[in-house]
Write a new protein. Structure first.
Length: 103
């Protein structure tokens, strides 16, 4: 299955890494990046493993989430089609996910 990580998701990842580095937590930033890679690999191989997340916007029907290992409050938000997995965002679960994804 083809996997696409949208620029918005890449920006989310880089923002989190930058935040951790700003705090002087370089080893944690490295672990975060590796955990994101592993999470994306996992959902690419088992795309329906993520929890479905009901959304009002039809464009987001079928949205799924998967926690980043070791950073459980941060989740991948992705869609699955017949031949592609699209990572939309990588966000902390306490944010206004619906508002962010609908923007």
């Amino acid at each position: 299955m083809k996997t696409t990580v949208l620029p918005s998701a890449r920006a989310d990842i880089l923002k989190q890494i930058g935040y951790l580095i700003d705090l002087g937590l370089n080893p944690v930033a490295d672990r975060f990046l590796e955990a994101v890679r592993m999470a994306i690999d996992h959902v690419s191989n088992t795309p329906h493993a993520g929890s479905p997340r009901p959304m009002k916007n039809r464009r987001l029907l079928g949205l799924r989430t998967w926690s980043i290992g070791g950073f459980d409050e941060i989740k991948l938000y992705y869609l699955v089609t017949d031949d592609e997995l699209v990572v939309l965002r990588v966000l902390h679960g306490r944010r206004d996910i619906e508002g962010i994804l609908e923007a």
